[in-house]
Design a protein around this ligand. Structure first.
Ligand code: UD1
Length: 433
């Protein structure tokens, strides 16, 4: 198994071009199941999770052409040739559940292997199931599969209130509702930028969706959707991860292609921690006139200050940045209380950071991080995408060598991470086991 080896102590200095958003790309790829016309997606990141989703879509009958050099993926699902999402693919990526709503809406029947547990919590799928039941689907869970069957005349619009905010459950329901008869209201919908990107793309495909960006989405079902050419928004989590990288190593990075406003609470927290953040408007037109794509310069020239954060649904502090921010806080002056409210078990990185010399105590959903003077390099293990990258950042901040194992997690979510960091002066390399 491959490892990443980081010899730290060098500030991260340079430019990093931010890739397309993984969490937007995954549901956007699944939209191809809603139409027999071609779906062209641009700014598609080159990641293992994308490969997994393309494998799954291929299994369901998609004709897939991913031109990595152009970051463009063209998909066409003339007909769905297999209505079962098998365990072998689903177990590798929970987001496979995103095929449930589209296949059900288009063909009236689908079986998706029940996604297993996950390192960051139990992550149930009850809201995906309840939401589709509200649209009239008969759903049974047996033999490790979710089996959904729509009424003979197709799904029927309904009013559904999500008991809690869920990104992929909102996306599943939204995609299904576009082809349901009549009006669907999704209340307490996720407002994450990735959900909005999906909704905007569906509208371009002919869907009637109102309230995009709010917590109430209203969908008027249409008979069919057509093809689309859509450019995926930049990955806010990747951008923020490298911003933390600059801060933790007392460096300076220019992040290219960022929707600044999608990270407001994060920028505020990073500023409180002592970083200088400057948004630099770009001359070129944004991919979509609704938002502005800018460059952002992040620099840290002072001691890192202890800064508390609490994760929350958008526009709150993203849970997907909690591990990286915790890595930053390990070497702060003072202490920081980091509270996780989205996933009950998302502190897998704590023990690994402690192996590097961090002083962290977990009490329920909060972690008290007492800043230490320095971290030391050692062998650590990656446990999920964001936990893994927090170890890379911590490694870059030590004066020793850190060896990170189980790095397949990193390749699920960070495109060409070594190349991007090497270009900024970091001594990082991939080694075979
Ligand atoms: C998505 C993101 C992930 C991010 C998370 C929260 C994708 C592919 N992944 O994951 O990176 O960390 O949002 O921002 O977009 N829940 C239920 N029942 C359900 C569904 C969810 O109880 O049916 C709970 C979860 O256990 C969790 C909370 O809702 O406590 C939020 O999870 P959710 O937003 O669904 O996460 P994902 O969509 O899986």
């Amino acid at each position: 198994m491959e490892r990443i080896i980081v010899s730290g102590g060098v500030p991260i200095n340079g430019k990093i071009s931010i890739a397309g958003a993984k969490n937007a790309a995954l549901p956007l790829l699944a939209t191809s199941l809603l139409t027999d016309a071609p779906v062209i997606l641009r700014n598609v990141p080159d990641l293992n999770d994308i490969t997994q989703m393309l494998n799954l879509l291929d299994h369901h009958g998609a004709n897939v052409d991913f031109d990595k050099s152009q970051k463009t993926c063209t998909l066409q699902v003339s007909s769905i040739t297999d209505h079962v999402a098998p365990y072998d693919i689903v177990r590798k990526m929970r987001a496979s559940i995103l095929v449930l709503g589209p296949i059900l809406a288009r063909d009236g029947e689908v079986k998706v292997s029940f996604p297993g547990g996950c390192a960051i919590g139990t992550r149930p799928v009850n809201m995906h199931i309840d939401g589709l039941r509200a649209l009239g689907a008969e759903i049974s869970v047996a033999n490790g599969h979710i089996h959904a069957v729509a009424p003979k005349k197709g799904l029927i619009g309904a009013d559904f209130a999500m008991p809690m905010v869920s990104v992929t459950a909102t996306e599943n329901l939204l995609m299904a509702a576009t082809l349901a008869q009549g009006r669907t209201v999704i209340r307490n919908a996720a407002k994450e930028p990735e959900v909005c990107d999906l909704a905007r793309c569906l509208v371009k495909m002919g869907a009637k969706i109102y309230g995009i960006g709010s917590d109430t989405l209203v969908v008027h079902g249409v008979e069919r959707l057509h093809g689309v050419d859509h450019t995926i928004i930049p990955d806010r989590i990747e951008a923020a991860t490298y911003a933390v990288g600059a801060a933790i190593t007392h460096g300076k990075v220019l992040l290219e292609n960022v929707i600044f406003d999608d990270l407001s609470v994060f920028w505020e927290s990073l500023e409180k921690a002592g970083a200088r953040i400057v948004k630099i408007p770009r001359q070129t037109k944004s991919v979509d006139s609704e938002f502005e794509i800018a460059n952002v310069q992040v620099e840290m020239t002072q001691d890192i200050r202890g800064t508390d954060v609490i994760t929350g649904p958008f526009p709150g502090f993203p849970t997907d940045l909690q591990a990286q921010f915790m890595a930053l806080m390990t070497i702060c002056s003072g202490a920081a209380l980091i509270t996780e409210t989205i996933f009950e078990n998302r502190f897998m990185h704590v023990l690994e950071l402690c192996r590097m010399g961090a002083d962290i105590t977990v009490h329920g959903g909060s972690a008290l991080v007492r800043g230490v003077k320095w971290l030391t390099g050692t062998q650590v293990m990656a446990t999920d995408i964001r936990a893994s990258v927090s170890l890379v950042l911590a490694g870059a901040a030590t004066s020793g060598t850190t060896e990170i194992r189980r790095i397949y997690h990193i390749d699920r979510g960070y495109e060409h991470i070594e190349k991007k960091l090497q270009a900024c002066g970091v001594n990082i390399e991939r080694a075979a086991a």
